[in-house]
Every structure is written in structure tokens, then in C-alpha cells.
Design a binder for this molecule. Structure first.
Ligand code: FMN
Ligand code: SF4
Length: 437
């Protein structure tokens, strides 16, 4: 791999990196000072974000500057407005935001303050998944420290900019990571996604204009303000700029969260960064960015990681959480586990998703356990086609259908063999988790 510059994880290596003292020592809160004292107008900050070509890191890759510019003009729409930071991190395989929140929480707080300034929000809410106890505690401690130092609250750094940052704990539901489910949950209701439109910029938290961004997206903001949008836009590929956090898990020697520039190939990540496929085995298949993406064949590791290139392999970047399956992995069993997850997590509002996720789970389970029926593989395909894309209130239905379609497309022979033999030649190992049916 060619050498590349890093910034996202640099401070995490410092002693007591989570404290205000260490953060300031590393130049922290200078970007906020630049914004407030230079001063940059909110429109200047949004323009810089547009120039940076930063795309959201929550999975969909939406351009951040453009999203911020959807917030209504306060002169015409004086309603209160909010920033919701999505720290639900429940996409299977994804664990990158956790590293930032545990080790560098002030980076998130500073990014939140600058984002609030740009979209003219009076408060940011950080919605953290309930299991992330340490992330929650570290972010809360960072907010408390920043408040004492005059960096959060009224008249920040002696200017007329005031902004609150609040923490909110989720309760372990995948659907609360979907932006409208998150807002419902934050409002104290059941985390049921809302139909869109209206979009959050017009009708978000408590019906007010709201921007929802992922933790890693917001974390990039102070760097872009300090170094300039053009600096960020100069790194990466045509489709995707900057560095990204790649969480690699599964059958590799060194699973972990790594900072990498867009344009790196999957092979470089597996072989040079993650120490290769374990036990000197071959890669059979991999998910590029969480289990909601299409599977990619193991021989296709030379593809570049960005928002466009993976489309050539029928997949997508998602959350850049690569899950590697070695040659001994059973696709029916992998899909049994994954489809069980989506069945468990569907909120049940839409019939395609509520019934479809259940059927997918039942069919994959019987194929994986040697009880598959003739026609089951075709049934998976037709069911999944009826569930995606865009037929439901939110994309959880697509998230269950997309990996299913890829499993049938790429591994039909293996699925059909299990049905024919009435057993999976690879011994069945059921992974249990709370709530599994
Ligand atoms: C079922 C489902 C779960 C999601 N979970 C998360 C999540 O845990 N974290 C996240 O940032 N985005 C998640 N998203 C995407 C969010 O809806 C939203 O697009 C994202 O937070 C926007 O932030 P970004 O523009 O910074 O990427 C999920 C989407 C769906 C459909
Ligand atoms: S697609 Fe599924 S999870 Fe999303 S709103 Fe409909 S039923 Fe709920």
C-alpha cells in the first residue's frame, strides 16, 4: 500500500486521549475558535463542507454539505432546530463509531458544535446504543468538561453562539439507527420509522427542522474546517473523498478498526492491514460494509473501496465494515444468522418487511438445518424481490432482501445442494443470542 496521511485515529494513541487536557494539547477546539472568532458565517461553513465532498458515514453516503443546506432559511422559518447524531451503530459488523466515542469524545463534541453553528441548531442530541456504556460515559464526561470550560452552553468562547449537547441512550434496537426511528425513540416513543416525506430537515425532532448525521461524519468536521474543504477533496477517489474507518471482522488474523484512504483495495485491507485470511485459508465471500450489503465473491478482492467501485461487483460500501468469510464458511448458515437478525429487528409496520423477514429467516433456517423444501431457493429470490427496493417505510426491508438476493445469485448451487442432500455438508453451528426464535 502507498503511504497515506491519517487524522481520524491519530489522537486516540495519545495518553488520556479522552480528556479535555489531552484534546487541547493536540490542538482541539481550535476549529471551533476559527469558526466563531474568524468569524465564518454558517453559510461559509456549509460551503466548506460542500467543497470537501464529505459523504455521510452512516451507510447511505449522502453528501454532508448538501444535507446541511436542506435546513430551512431561519429568516423564513424561525422554528427551533436540532442536530441528531446517530451513534446507534447497530449494523452487524460495524464498530467504528465506538472507537471515536471512547477514545476521542471531544472530537465529536467539537464537530457537533460546529455542525450546530452551521445549521443554526440550538442543541445536538447524541443517540448512543444502549450497549455502548463506555461510549456514553466518555461522551457525557467530555460534554461536562467542555461545559465547565465555556465550550458548551451559553455564549460559547464569549461569543453570542449558544448551544447545548445532550446524550440519549438507546435500548438495543437496530431500527433506532434508522434516522426517523431514532427521532421517534429520542422523543420517548416506540422507535417506529416515519414515512418520508416530510424529511427531517422540515419535520424532524419534535416536528422541527433536524439534521441527522453519523458520528464519523461529524468527527470529520473540525478537520475540514481547520485544513479546508479542498484539502479533504484532494484525498481519495472521484466518488469518495477523504479517509474512512474500516472495521474488519470475521476470518482474518487481525480484525479491528483501521483508518484508510478511499481507493484502497479490499485485497490490500485483508492481506496487508488485517494480516490475511486466518489459517492460510482462502476467502470465500465478504460483505464490504455490514450485513445489509450484497455479498461479494472471495475472488473479487481486487475491487477498490469507495461508493462507486463496489457497484461493479453488485454491492455497496455501506458502513465500510468488512466481514470476511473463509472457504469453510457455510453460506446457508451465515444467511440463517443474518436473516434471523432482520426478522428479530423488523418493527413490523410494513407487511413486506414484517412477513418477509420472518419467511426469509424460516427458509434459510430450514435449508441450513437439512429441512429445505424443493422450490425454497426460488422462494427466497421471489420473496426478497418483493421486499426491495423502496417498497416500505424504511430500508430495513431492503437490508434483509439485498444480502438474500446476493446469496441466491452467487451461491445458488450451495443452497440447492443443501436442499437436495437434506443436510448442510458443513456441520451446523447455531449462534444463539437473546431474543432468537
Ligand atoms: C435499519 C437502518 C439502521 C440504520 N442504522 C444506522 C446506525 O446505526 N448508525 C448510523 O449512523 N446510521 C444508520 N442508518 C442510516 C441512517 O438512517 C442515516 O442515513 C444516517 O444516520 C445519516 O447520517 P450520515 O448522512 O452522516 O451518513 C440506518 C438506516 C437503516 C435503514
Ligand atoms: S421496513 Fe420494516 S423496519 Fe422499516 S418501517 Fe417497515 S416494518 Fe418497520
Amino acid at each position: 500500500m502507498k503511504p497515506f496521511q491519517t487524522w481520524l485515529l491519530d489522537r486516540t494513541k495519545n495518553k488520556d486521549s479522552h480528556t479535555l487536557a489531552a484534546y487541547k494539547q493536540a490542538g482541539g477546539y481550535q476549529a471551533l475558535e476559527t469558526v466563531l472568532k474568524k468569524p465564518m458565517s454558517p453559510a461559509d461553513v456549509i460551503q466548506e463542507m460542500k467543497v470537501s465532498e464529505l459523504r455521510g458515514r452512516g451507510g447511505a453516503g449522502f453528501p454532508t454539505g448538501m444535507k446541511w443546506s436542506f435546513m430551512p432559511d431561519p429568516a423564513k422559518d424561525p422554528r427551533p432546530r436540532y442536530l441528531a447524531i446517530n451513534a446507534d451503530e447497530s449494523e452487524p459488523g460495524t464498530c467504528k463509531d465506538r472507537v471515536l466515542m471512547e477514545k476521542d469524545p471531544h472530537g465529536l463534541v467539537e464537530g457537533a458544535l460546529i455542525a450546530c453553528y452551521a445549521i443554526r441548531a440550538q442543541a445536538a442530541y447524541i443517540y448512543v446504543r444502549g450497549e455502548y456504556r463506555k461510549s456514553y460515559d466518555r461522551c457525557q464526561a467530555a460534554i461536562d468538561e467542555a461545559r465547565k470550560a465555556g465550550l458548551v452552553g451559553k455564549n460559547i468562547l464569549g461569543t453570542d453562539f449558544s448551544c447545548e449537547v445532550h446524550m440519549h441512550k438507546g435500548a438495543g434496537a437496530y431500527i433506532c439507527g434508522e434516522e426517523t426511528g431514532l427521532m421517534e425513540s429520542l422523543e420517548g416513543k416506540r422507535g417506529h420509522p416515519r414515512p418520508k416525506p416530510p424529511f427531517p430537515a422540515m419535520f424532524g425532532l419534535w416536528g422541527q427542522p433536524t439534521t441527522v448525521n453519523n458520528v464519523e461524519t461529524i468527527f470529520n468536521v473540525p478537520f475540514i474546517v481547520s485544513r479546508g474543504g479542498a484539502w479533504h477533496a484532494g484525498i481519495g477517489t472521484k466518488a469518495s473523498k477523504g479517509n474512512f474507518l474500516c472495521g474488519i471482522s470475521g476470518h482474518v488474523n487481525k480484525p479491528g478498526v483501521y483508518e484508510l484512504p478511499f481507493g484502497v483495495t479490499a485485497r490490500e485491507i485483508v492481506e496487508e492491514v488485517a494480516g490475511g485470511v486466518w489459517k492460510n485459508r482462502k476467502c470465500k465471500a465478504w460483505f464490504p460494509g455490514g450485513s445489509s450489503c450484497s455479498l461479494v465473491k472471495g475472488e473479487d478482492l481486487d475491487v477498490v473501496l469507495d461508493h462507486d467501485a463496489l457497484k461493479t461487483k453488485g454491492s455497496s460500501l455501506g458502513t465500510a465494515a468488512m466481514i470476511i468469510l473463509d472457504e469453510t464458511a457455510s453460506i446457508p448458515q451465515v444467511m440463517d444468522v443474518i436473516s434471523r437478525f432482520y426478522d428479530h429487528e423488523s418493527c413490523g409496520q410494513c407487511s413486506q418487511c414484517r412477513e418477509g423477514t420472518q419467511w426469509l429467516s424460516q427458509i434459510f433456517h430450514r435449508i441450513a438445518t437439512g429441512q429445505g423444501l424443493p422450490g425454497d431457493v426460488d422462494a427466497l429470490d421471489s420473496l426478497a424481490k418483493g421486499m426491495a427496493p423502496g417498497k416500505t417505510i424504511c430500508a430495513l426491508s431492503d437490508a434483509a432482501a439485498i444480502p438474500t438476493l446476493s446469496a441466491v445469485r452467487l451461491f445458488r448451487a450451495e443452497l440447492e445442494e443443501c436442499v437436495r442432500l437434506q443436510k448442510d455438508p458443513i456441520p451446523y453451528e447455531r449462534v444463539e443470542y437473546a431474543g432468537a426464535h
